[in-house]
Design a protein around this ligand. Structure first.
Ligand SMILES: Nc1ncnc2c1ncn2[C@@H]1O[C@H](COP(=O)(O)OP(=O)(O)OP(=O)(O)O)[C@@H](O)[C@H]1O
Ligand SMILES: [Mg+2]
Length: 286
């Protein structure tokens, strides 16, 4: 099954356990709150169970017209890790994600290995193109993205609770009846994040999820990241905020048409490497 087929197949699947129940059950504090730890014994904390897949990009190439967008891109995203993808504008980050989701043609090999049955992929795109004048509320948008029943018939009972919980998690519960076109950039970004949570994904692909978020929005995102990590979800995260990457990612790949580094943030985010990544014009690498 291709990643696109997996994505489509899974967006049709029913919502399982509620989003909040899922993260509460698997939060680090509840994992550590065993009878042994409560009794004060010195027990190593339980490791979160990995539910996300391994991703392998092997010599992935993408050419559009005569322009090489991706040149033999090879790296691995480990299961249950938060893996950041950084690089300059036009470096091919969003294009790489689109090849993963089956939205762009590519050469080379892309593989997803799930720990069990193929799971759900959540995707938060870089931006949302839509007519600002559309009479589409936040609830309508969530319904269109998450449920099978047509959005104009309202929220289905099946999805209403999960949609409410997802909007609450991103702090948009009070703005469900607002028109999408009337939202601020940061509010729209929060709604994009919320739709990526339904159905609960095992792989999350995030294309600049923090852009336009204010301080409170960034805190919301960081809390979600803690929950995803605790749940063993694999997160592939495009980000320009290198300070946030250094603080929150397990691994980071520098992409400027080709892979320029692939290491831990401590190893990768050195002044020399960043200078190479951001000063090299993509077209000069031929
Ligand atoms: N459909 C397309 N047709 C032609 N060229 C495209 C297409 N989509 C993307 N490109 C080009 O591919 C290059 C990589 O674009 P991409 O959006 O992947 O970059 P990015 O790393 O995500 O940049 P940013 O940080 O600005 O989001 C750019 O030069 C862009 O103009
Ligand atoms: Mg992009």
């Amino acid at each position: 099954m291709t990643s696109k087929e997996t994505l489509l197949a899974n967006t049709q699947s029913p919502v399982g356990a509620s989003l909040l129940a899922k993260t509460t059950n698997q939060s680090p504090s509840s994992l550590n709150d065993t009878p042994h730890s409560r009794a004060g014994r010195n027990v190593a904390p339980s490791l979160p169970q990995v539910s996300g897949p391994t991703l392998d990009f092997t010599e992935v190439c993408l050419t559009l017209g005569r322009t090489t967008i991706l040149d033999k891109v090879t790296f691995q995203v480990r299961p249950g890790s938060v893996h950041a993808l950084v690089g300059p504008n036009g470096g091919g980050k969003s294009s790489l994600i689109k090849t993963l989701l089956g939205q762009m043609p590519h050469q080379g090999r892309l593989s997803l290995q799930w720990p069990g049955e193929p799971g759900t992929i959540g995707y938060v795109p870089q931006s949302l193109e839509f007519d600002r004048g559309l009479p589409m509320t936040v609830d309508d948008f969530m319904a269109a993205m998450c449920q099978r029943r047509p959005a104009f018939l309202g929220l289905s009972k099946h999805y209403a609770a999960a949609i409410g919980e997802a909007l609450e998690r991103v702090g948009m519960q009070d703005k469900r009846k607002r028109r999408m076109g009337a939202l601020s950039g940061g509010e729209r970004q929060r709604v994009l994040l919320a739709q990526g949570l339904i159905p609960p994904p095992q792989l999350l692909v995030l294309d600049e999820p923090m852009s336009a978020l204010d301080e409170a929005g960034i805190q919301v995102f960081e809390r979600l990241l803690v929950d995803w990590r605790a749940a063993g979800i694999t997160v592939l995260w495009i980000e320009h905020d290198l300070e946030a990457v250094g603080r929150l990612a397990d691994h980071v790949t520098g992409l400027n048409r080709r892979v320029l580094f692939d290491a831990t943030p401590q190893q990768a985010l050195t002044p020399d490497r960043l200078l190479t990544l951001f000063s090299t014009h993509p077209r000069s690498l031929a």
